[in-house]
Design a protein around this ligand. Structure first.
Ligand SMILES: Cc1ncc(COP(=O)(O)O)c(C=O)c1O
Length: 341
């Protein structure tokens, strides 16, 4: 039966045919969407069962969590100071059929050396981790592409693999969504003046800290929002904000390009380790919340370049919520903080 009448659920404006859902290729079947990216990756691993999953030494713990949950053997490969994969080391160590995951760090696709390696090795299974990338500016380079929309836009949950055909029926998600991600999102949304920061921040931290690998599916509201959010204005804002920070913080910028061809996740800066931590504390005290991608790498400490970067990088926000005036404030506060050191 189709019900007619009764109370209104939620009503949303019409779908945008160029919304992120179509640009990112959100799987039409909700059973091929998950509450987060680690669960989508776990479903792919269980479907494909590679002998070995190769991960970059610079990676967030949740990706390693997907491997652990599926008992997939993991090996790590090195990245250099600019986060480019060490393709020559990979070249000699990988075996046909291995899965190799590489990341579009901060939204930027890997450089030519790695993309040439991808083209030369059809015997390997490449996963493009595009969780940081609204739009890399190049076509998908990985056989499979991994996405986590909540890192880029205001949706509470979601994770999927494109094309979704990589995941077998048996590894699909449950039909009932779990709405635990909604508490923090709604608390912040309803707190229009943002005066109850500890409440929603704590709720979000608690949730992120316990985010499991599971067969929970992405919520319908996330899908519906992704169908309505267009990439264009998001990309324009991020580029404009990035340029302001690049102009004002030229000395500290980590990505070389002032006007990148990809949509930036944020504006990463690189500082000496002790200074990075001091700056982070100072900015937070002034209500500015940079992100650390990532302080807690799952790779062995022997990968010294990656572990060094983990102590030195700090990502300033430059996303679509903000205007250049807010970027100027971040840059000013940061410069003043650095001057005091
Ligand atoms: C590059 C990258 N890939 C994958 C993930 C995992 O995403 P999720 O938290 O949706 O499982 C993250 C999370 O931080 C990430 O930064």
């Amino acid at each position: 039966v189709t019900f007619i009448g009764g109370f209104f659920g939620l009503e949303l404006p019409p779908v945008n045919p160029n919304g992120l859902a179509s640009i990112w290729g959100v799987p039409a079947r909700s059973s091929l969407t998950y509450a987060n990216a680690r669960s989508a990756l776990a479903a792919l691993l269980t479907s494909i069962r590679p002998n070995t999953l190769w991960l970059p030494a610079y990676i967030c713990r949740s990706v390693a969590q997907a491997a652990e949950a599926t008992a997939t053997p993991v090996r790590y490969f090195a990245v250099d100071e600019s986060l480019q994969p060490d393709t020559s080391a990979l070249q000699s160590a990988v075996r046909p059929g291995d899965m190799v995951l590489a990341v579009d760090y901060f939204g930027r696709p890997p450089g030519c050396a790695f993309l040439d390696f991808v083209a030369r090795r059809p015997d390997l299974v490449f996963v493009e981790d595009a969780c940081h990338a609204a739009d890399t500016g190049v076509t998908q380079w990985g056989r499979w592409c991994l996405r986590s929309p909540r890192k880029l836009v205001g949706v509470p949950d979601g994770g999927f693999i494109v094309p979704s055909a990589g995941i077998s029926e048996a590894n699909g998600s449950e039909s009932r969504p779990v709405l635990d991600a909604y508490e923090a999102a709604f608390l912040r949304f309803e707190d229009e003046e943002e005066c109850c920061n500890p409440r929603w921040h704590d709720a979000n931290q608690r949730r992120e800290a316990t985010e499991p690998v599971s067969p929970r599916r992405m919520s319908r509201l996330t899908r519906e929002l992704l169908e309505r959010l267009a990439l264009g204005p998001i990309a324009d804002k991020r580029h404009a904000n990035f340029r302001v920070l690049a102009d004002m913080l030229d000395r500290y910028k980590y990505l070389p390009d002032k006007d990148p061809g990809f949509v930036p996740l944020g504006f990463p800066i690189r500082l000496r380790a002790a200074l990075r931590d001091k700056v982070l504390t100072d900015l937070i005290a002034q209500g500015l919340f940079p992100a650390v991608h990532w302080s807690d790498l799952p790779s062995p400490a022997a990968f010294t370049t990656a572990h060094g970067l983990a102590t030195e990088l700090l990502t300033l926000p430059c996303d679509q919520r903000y205007e250049p005036i807010e970027m100027e404030r971040i840059a000013r506060v940061l410069r003043e903080t650095l001057k005091r050191q």
